[in-house]
Design a protein around this ligand. Structure first.
Ligand code: AMP
Ligand code: GLY
Length: 420
């Protein structure tokens, strides 16, 4: 079959790498893709937010399946457009993507199905929000309701920070995304991510991971898109995973179906675990980046069979063939990230590195110029290793990262510290 992946990050490189290994995959395209994927797939210059543009490409190239990587095309309804045109798509409808696009929508779904999550309230004006904060006190969490590129959440340890976040949101700091604000109870504990394929009726867990959101060693400094991840996440024991499926994921999927907006795609549940009990922090409706890199490294070729069964509504007949393995990825970012950083610095030494089932450097923000590989984004590469245990995966990933010659970049030295 012919497959098109939408997106251009490390997540999509990892998807392309896993899908390419499956003999069912004939021709593989990625739009817009990046130079790291050029040996696996044909890169297509395409407006991935436009349903008609994606459909036109699919018709010209006899595409049988479209795998949608990032949230923006999902929130724009590209999956709906593809299905309406009779093209198989992996990813939720615009209505089901509300589980990521609106915090208050998710909280309402949780309430309707009694899924454990933080207590919450919604506000569309500053004064009642301030009064609520004064009543509840700190610590407390303030969230812009809509998509705010990962910047809409303030975990306020002091009441004054919470009030300042309210002033920011209603002052327009997040544009339309901040016109409504959700205020939540602060949850203490350890965070982990759980990935579940859903075909509208059935659900299949495909792995756990933990990422490192802060830019600096020891989880210090500002938040980023993720500086590294590992899988599995030991804090998500089988017992906790079973409880999350029974109390959170299955009820959510049933509630979405009851609404007439069944969820099809990958549900990424952000969880807070305390005293052996998990509560939902948030849902995303796509793979995490860099969590996808470690999941794909562990799933390999079967990722395509699982994704295809999900898109075709056949998850009930599938199971995951787990290897007893671990994967870890280290993100190499441009110096200065997540603040301002230089673009166009040269990266050398990648062509000498191994690329096999235990070693991959996935590209996220690279391009090619005059035969040279240059950095064009904040997060640029994800050096990923696999091993029989986490220490081995850690050693493989860091051996790759250390061998990359990129004076313009940096990476955290302590990915995986919590589990090691
Ligand atoms: P979100 O975009 O909802 O995932 O929030 C971003 C981050 O803020 C999460 O990954 C958590 O680290 C933190 N966070 C969000 N909600 C809460 C909460 N209710 N209690 C504690 N931390 C939270
Ligand atoms: N690594 C976090 C995310 O993809 O949202």
């Amino acid at each position: 079959m012919n497959i098109l992946i939408l997106g251009s990050g490390g997540r999509e490189h990892a998807l392309a790498w896993a899908i390419r290994q499956n003999p069912k995959c004939d021709r593989l395209f990625v739009a817009p893709g990046n130079p790291g994927m050029a040996s696996l797939a044909r890169l297509a210059d395409l407006d991935i937010l436009s349903g008609p543009a994606v459909i036109g490409f699919c018709e010209e190239n006899a595409i049988d399946l479209v795998v949608i990587g990032p949230e923006a095309p999902l929130a724009a309804g590209v999956a709906d457009d593809l299905r309406a045109a009779g093209i198989l798509a992996f990813g939720p409808s615009k209505a089901a993507a509300m589980l990521e696009a609106s915090k208050s929508f998710t909280k309402e779904v949780c309430d309707a199905c009694a899924a454990p999550t933080a207590a919450w309230a919604r506000f569309d004006a500053a004064e009642p929000a301030r009064a609520y904060i004064r009543e509840k006190g700190a610590p407390i969490v303030i969230k812009a309701d809509g998509l705010a590129a990962g910047k809409g959440v303030t975990v306020a340890m002091l009441e004054a920070e919470a009030i300042a976040a309210i002033d920011d949101a209603f002052g327009g700091a997040f544009g339309a995304a901040g016109a409504e604000v959700v205020i939540e109870e602060f949850m203490a504990g350890e965070e982990a991510s759980f990935f579940i394929l859903c075909d509208g009726k059935d659900c299949l867990p495909i792995g756990t991971a933990q990422d490192h959101k802060r830019v600096g060693d020891g989880d210090t400094g500002p938040n980023t898109g993720g500086m590294g991840a590992y899988s599995p996440a030991p804090v998500l024991t089988q017992e906790i995973q079973d409880a999350v499926m029974a109390e959170i994921v299955r009820p959510t999927v049933a509630e979405m179906a009851r609404h007439g907006t069944p969820f099809q795609g990958v549900l990424y549940a952000g969880l807070m675990i305390e005293n052996g009990r998990a509560r939902l922090v948030e849902y995303n409706v796509r793979f995490g980046d860099p969590e996808c890199q470690v999941l794909m490294m562990r799933l390999g070729a079967q990722a395509l069979d699982l994704i295809l069964a999900c898109a075709e509504g056949r998850l009930a007949e599938m199971q995951v063939n787990w290897a007893d393995d671990h994967a870890l990825t280290v993100v190499l970012a441009a110096k200065g990230y997540p603040g301002s950083y230089e673009k166009g610095t040269e990266i050398r030494g990648l062509d000498t590195l191994p690329e096999d089932s235990a070693h991959m450097v996935f590209h996220a923000g690279t391009s090619e110029q005059d035969g040279k590989l240059i950095a064009t984004g904040g997060r640029v590469l994800a050096a990923t290793g696999r091993g029989a245990n986490l220490a081995e995966a850690h050693a493989e990933a860091y051996a790759l990262a250390d061998a990359i010659d990129w004076p313009g970049g940096f990476y955290r030295r302590d990915i995986g510290w919590r589990a090691l």
